[in-house]
Design a protein around this ligand. Structure first.
Ligand SMILES: CC(C)(COP(=O)(O)OP(=O)(O)OC[C@H]1O[C@@H](n2cnc3c(N)ncnc32)[C@H](O)[C@@H]1OP(=O)(O)O)[C@@H](O)C(=O)NCCC(=O)NCCS
Length: 207
């Protein structure tokens, strides 16, 4: 199945889709205003989410990286679902861009996700769970049976949001499979860290 074939709204508990989540066409990588809107959204979200973990001035992503992810079909975008006018029968329409997630195929049986972001004003509404549902279904559609993710947590103090994410991943069914070596995976980022961190690697069996 191609990524865009999964461009359907995910459904909230009530059965009403609240997000339209899709992999944009590769041509979107050349749409500079859309790319910079995504980059700004991610960087804004991570300035809050990773405050204290990085040295001043750190930014999570760049226009070049976002465009590259889109060209590779790895970046899914989440839009608020808006109903069409009653006279039209066009299904659920895309509204405001509110989030994204990067999904990579790590092997035949495994996908990994990263850069999971939701605009701050739309956090805490259950939309994060909708994005996970989309990612799990996408991974399964590729024949994947395992979903992986990681989390970077400071060790010298409690970071409430990271602690919350850690607990949430466990509730979502992920298990920590190892402590990674952040320096091995991201050597260029190590000098930008403001203190010691632990890099936890999680996996969830999807079937
Ligand atoms: C990760 C993210 C996309 C999740 O989105 P979200 O809107 O918070 O998602 P949800 O509303 O589904 O909430 C996620 C969980 O946190 C819980 N939660 C939400 N707000 C909370 C709060 N203020 N205090 C405690 N728990 C809270 C929810 O109950 C939910 O758990 P549940 O699904 O078991 O009920 C969003 O928080 C985000 O963009 N965070 C910043 C970037 C980030 O940290 N990304 C992950 C990198 S490791």
């Amino acid at each position: 199945m191609s990524p865009s074939a999964l461009a359907n709204g995910t459904e909230a508990a009530s059965g009403t889709p609240r997000l339209v989540i899709e992999f944009p066409p590769v041509t979107a990588a050349d749409n500079l205003s859309e790319i910079s809107a995504i980059t700004e959204l991610v960087n804004r979200v991570f300035i809050d989410a990773e405050a204290g973990i990085w040295n001043e001035g750190f930014v999570r992503t760049s226009d070049a990286e976002v465009a590259d992810f889109i060209r590779k079909g790895q970046l899914a975008l989440a839009y608020l679902a808006s109903s069409p006018p009653a006279s039209e029968d066009q299904g659920i329409q895309k509204g405001q861009l509110v989030g994204c997630v990067c999904v990579k195929r790590a092997s035949d049986s495994m996908c990994t996700l990263g850069m999971l972001s939701l605009d701050k004003t739309h956090q805490g509404l259950g939309l994060g769970r909708e994005i996970f549902k989309f990612v799990e279904e996408y991974c399964l559609s590729l024949g994947g049976t395992t979903l992986g993710l990681d989390i970077l947590m400071p060790t010298s103090y409690d970071h409430p949001l990271k602690t919350r994410m850690h607990a949430w991943y466990l509730r979502l069914g992920f298990q920590q499979v190892r402590l990674g070596d952040f320096g091995d995976d991201y050597p260029a980022l190590v000098p930008l860290l403001s203190g010691p961190v632990v890099y936890r690697v999680f996996e969830k069996k999807l079937k």
